[in-house]
Design a binder for this molecule. Structure first.
Ligand code: HAM
Length: 423
């Protein structure tokens, strides 16, 4: 038997209904925030991620799915969404559009060659947003508010928001020097990756999963002590707007994030749920004011975030959050083969009038049909017999209240309109 690749999974049955429900909530949230949907390719030139996400990030140095296409070009399955959205911003010259800030959202599969475990997949799905063209701290706070409000809308309670500032280039340069000075006498204690990070990007040492318990980590200088006046002011404003929106947060000075492109604000939201497991970061993001320029675009300030759908789904399941599983509006039961044509054209009419409708294709007996209607979570059952076809009077049964009505066929749509609420 051919099996699915390691670290991937199939979405079907009730789980797929829950995923679709959450996707619907995301879509309506993005409408409320007035963000535009952008779909970029699942694979891009490898260079984009090397230059965009950064050579020192684990994602690019160890985890990408790289391949040569038949034209001998180096391609990579996208490990995250930001680099592609930035490429699309530059390539389509969106910077010359007077619609500023440009606020975009995306959703789709991402690929990282990681060791599969709970909450960590090789193919996973991200919902994210990217906002271009403004350094307004209100937008940093707005971006943080999006996942928080999504969790609120879905009814997920156990979350913790961590924020930090990595400062602007000046603050970062001073901090980099302080880190180099601090870690120099400890280099021998650090893992081989951190030795490389020391040379290329010492900030990332603070994010190391191997060395994080070492004493020299605790004593490392803190970025917040090195922020320039502008960066400090920016961070204060972000916090002010979060307070305004009633969003609780913790300032965590060790939060550096695993990608190289951040400047100033960074944040992560953790699942604060008992026994959730180690991979509890539900989402993360921050400001990246230099990335557009790094990828050969004009200097453009930007901020964004992405959340992992798989972790969100397991947080919702761990907290037993009720996820509206779709119901079927109408299930039609033809009493015999003779009534199939009439029944199926009724089914077609109902579908085209906007009702979800299904029919017994299997010629089941009545008892089995009622069971099937329950399995499909049916609101109304219509039974079509010889009598109904002749009289054009339809018997319709409320499957929950177990009440029966007789309705002339030409009044059926009106009846359903009045009795079925839109999802
Ligand atoms: P990231 O922190 O690498 O950020 O990923 C964001 C989220 O994707 C994580 O918090 C996690 O929920 C989910 N995730 C990451 N890797 C996996 C995996 N292997 N399996 C399951 N879920 C995973 C980014 O990707 C940035 N592009 C976010 C961003 C957007 N920053 C600015 N704009």
């Amino acid at each position: 038997m051919i099996q699915k690749p390691k670290g991937t999974y199939d979405v079907y049955g009730d789980y797929s209904k829950k995923v679709k429900y959450v996707e619907k909530v995301i879509e309506s949230l993005m409408k409320m925030y007035n963000y535009e949907y952008n779909r970029t390719p699942i694979f891009e030139s490898s260079n984009l991620f090397h230059r965009g996400v950064g050579e020192t990030s684990d994602i690019v140095s160890k985890e990408t799915y790289d391949f040569k296409d038949r034209g001998d070009r180096d391609m990579t399955l996208r490990p995250e969404g930001t680099a592609g959205i930035v490429r699309s911003y530059i390539e389509n010259k969106k910077y010359s559009d007077p619609n500023v800030p440009l606020k975009e959202w995306y959703y789709g599969p991402m690929f990282r060659y990681e060791r599969p475990q709970s909450g960590r997949f090789r193919e996973f799905h991200q919902f994210g947003v990217e906002v271009f063209g403004s350094n307004n701290p209100l937008l940093d706070a707005e971006v943080i508010s999006i996942p928080v409000n999504l969790y609120r809308l879905l009814g997920l309670k156990g979350i913790k928001v961590n924020i930090n500032s990595l400062g602007d280039s000046d603050s970062r340069e001073k901090y980099r020097k302080a880190l180099l000075k601090h870690f120099k006498p400890h280099l021998k204690e650090l893992c081989s990756d951190c030795k490389k990070r020391y040379k290329k990007n010492p900030l990332r040492i603070l994010d190391c999963k191997v060395d994080h318990d070492k004493k020299c980590m605790d004593k490392a200088p803190k970025i917040l002590d090195y922020l320039s006046d502008d960066s400090k002011k920016h961070f204060e404003e972000v916090k002010k707007y979060l307070d305004l929106m009633d969003i609780e947060y913790t300032v965590n000075p060790n939060l550096v994030r695993g990608l190289d492109y951040y400047t100033n604000t960074v944040f992560e939201v953790e699942a604060d749920i008992k026994d959730f497991g180690a991979n509890n970061v539900l989402c993360g993001g921050g400001r990246y004011n230099n990335l557009v320029e790094t990828l050969s675009g004009p200097k453009t300030e930007a901020v964004g975030f992405a959340l992992g759908m798989e972790r969100l789904m397991s947080a919702l399941e761990s907290e037993n959050v009720d996820m509206e599983i779709n119901t079927l509006d109408v299930y039609i039961i033809p009493m015999s083969e003779k009534e199939m044509d009439y029944s199926y054209s009724l089914c077609q009419t109902l579908r085209l009038s906007g009702f979800s409708c299904d029919i017994d294709y299997m010629n089941r007996n009545m008892k089995a049909n009622f069971k099937q209607a329950d399995r499909l979570n049916t609101k109304y059952i219509i039974i079509i017999g010889d009598e109904e076809v002749k009289s054009e009077i339809i018997t319709i049964k409320d499957n929950k209240l177990k009440k029966e009505y007789k309705i002339p066929a030409d009044e059926l749509i009106e009846f359903l309109d009045n009795n079925i609420e839109e999802d």
